[in-house]
Design a protein around this ligand. Sequence first.
Ligand SMILES: Cc1cc2nc3c(=O)[nH]c(=O)nc-3n(C[C@H](O)[C@H](O)[C@H](O)COP(=O)(O)OP(=O)(O)OC[C@H]3O[C@@H](n4cnc5c(N)ncnc54)[C@H](O)[C@@H]3O)c2cc1C
Length: 264
Amino acid sequence: MHDFNYLRPKSLADAVAAFKNAGDGRYLAGGQTMIPVMKQRLASPSDVIDLSQVPELKGIAVNGGIVAIGAMTSHAEVAASKDVQAAIPALADLASGIGDPHVRNRGTIGGSIANNDPAADYPAAVVGLNATVVTDRRRIAAADFFTGMFGTALEEGELVTRVEFPTPEAAAYEKFLHPASRFALVGVFVARTKSGVRAAVTGAGPCVFRETVLEQALTRTFAANAVKNIDIDASNLNSDIHGSAEYRAHLVGVLAARAVAKAR
Ligand SMILES: Cc1cc2nc3c(=O)[nH]c(=O)nc-3n(C[C@H](O)[C@H](O)[C@H](O)COP(=O)(O)OP(=O)(O)OC[C@H]3O[C@@H](n4cnc5c(N)ncnc54)[C@H](O)[C@@H]3O)c2cc1C
């Protein structure tokens, strides 16, 4: 690693100011991606701005059908939250399946979505539940937030403060996990909401996406049989040593069926 300034601001305003004053600043959440990236010298920031002492980024609140989760909330906290378990059990379940205990205790929802790994779990919930990402500058709809592989709508220095998830009528997440990292080879989040059925897929393509073929079938019948053997187009899906595009397309239907069965 190169030398860098380590800053630990005590408020949101100070964190944003620290970034503005830095030559090449980077925010640090749990460091689960940032530290390896810096060790490999893929990033060599002049200033590392640790968000762990910023109170505005902490906590879980349930109000008026919205579950708001602070950006610095760890996966373990979401998984263990009685409020999340009661309001959106699928979200607590998703968080409980991320990585291993170390990753769940250090990794955060803000870091996960800002990083937008194509195989990450949270993006499927953000899109599947039509959540809103709140930053220090604006509110960003799920549909606009994830822009491509490791890409987001976040501007230079823009800080995710919380994610607001509307409570669905029914929802569930199922993933086929990579046995070593536990990242999703494919993950499917299905949700039945007041405004319709949503199905978000992670791991299968370069970035999380809504699968309209699933949504149309589940709108007709919200049942596992409606999607179990569904034909999913493999042409834009990932193909690598872990699985072909066709295999991933097959998994989308299998996991969607499991998720619907669980949601019901
Ligand atoms: C071994 C291993 C297994 C894993 N398995 C899974 C898995 O199964 N499923 C899964 O979904 N994920 C998995 N992860 C990813 C993990 O869950 C973390 O969410 C991810 O690595 C980001 O880490 P972090 O939250 O500590 O953020 P950091 O590493 O600290 O930051 C990541 C990036 O986000 C930026 N950032 C952080 N917070 C904010 C913010 N509030 N606003 C704006 N930018 C911000 C940082 O500047 C940095 O660019 C795994 C990671 C590891 C190391």
